[in-house]
Design a protein around this ligand. Sequence first.
Ligand code: PLP
Length: 377
Amino acid sequence: MDGFFEQPGETRGPGLAAAGATLTIDLGAVRENYRRLKARLGGARCAGVVKADGYGLGAAVIASALRKEGCDSFFVAHVGEGLDLREALGPGPAIYVLNGLPPGAEADAVAAGLIAVANSAEQLSAWRATARRLGRKLPVAVQVDSGMARLGMAPAEVETVAADPDALAGLDLTLVMSHLACADEPDHAANRVQLAEFERLRRLLPAAPASLANSSGIFLGSEWHFDLARPGAALYGINPTPDSDNPMRPVVRLEAKVIQTRTIGEGAGIGYGHTAIADGPLRVATISLGYADGWRRRAAAFAHFNDVRLPFIGRVSMDSIILDVSDLPEGSLKAGDMVEMIGPSQTLDEVARYSGTIAYEVLTSLGRRFNRRYIGG
Ligand SMILES: *Cc1c(COP(=O)(O)O)cnc(C)c1O
């Protein structure tokens, strides 16, 4: 094929012989994607969003790769993710906790040097109390809701905080941020509305570096860039511009192992519920991948072998899928062979479409029992 698999790599999880599928993660591509985003950003800095274990690909490994490109700011969703990441990266890089600090997590967060994202006045005051109790200045990021209604201080709350001269007492405001709801639709009116509202809200607060753009936001234009961008998806090869060609390099490749092949006769029922019936003699192959691996049961997609497209036939099972391999020369596909599930023949974004979801969900669902190979590190 294209040499992707011939590169030396580091394996995690079960070995190739013991696993049903191999997930290959190209760290060189992650780094290349980071460089491409940085080039678009001009003077603005570029963070790495590694929540949900680096979108399922391994936060510690991904963040370490990004460190080599000079990335010094990371975003996770939960305190627990931040603690793990700090352990992996050591002191130095900024680690922001997007979902904020739940009561009781403050001590661990301070010990690990995590930066709380205060999403409400209440969270801000809890963090202020922690700083007072410890008698030291703590960094904080404030998220404002510029029009998504998910996380962040509502405009009225920002005004209240702004009017309180002690709101940031003992705190060092290192970032004012907000999140875009419709950045992947460049013509959506909300993008400009949120931009204007973010500009207004951040001016109410003391001067601090600002951050608005996720992956797709970077492609809206420089007005959305501010001081720091927060891409996740694009780093992992997900297309941040769904209406045009993917400007990013693919990062993942998923290959599943053939475990059995057979020829069935006309009228044979195929898989659970016999949702497919052979309409003539048919050659089929069963692969060692199923919905327990995060492959949607409803995702009617394809596998590929030597560029030949092999349709799924019958239902996706927990640990296996049956393929119609009639288009392959007889005997060319054997037990032990690997078929491509995500890769050059069928992209991650295509798999998402077949699954009725978005590539983010495909990636973060991919299971833990794969043979995982990291290449290009
Ligand atoms: C997940 C997330 C990001 C990254 O978004 P992508 O679309 O993956 O680039 C950035 N900011 C916030 C607040 C997020 O929750």
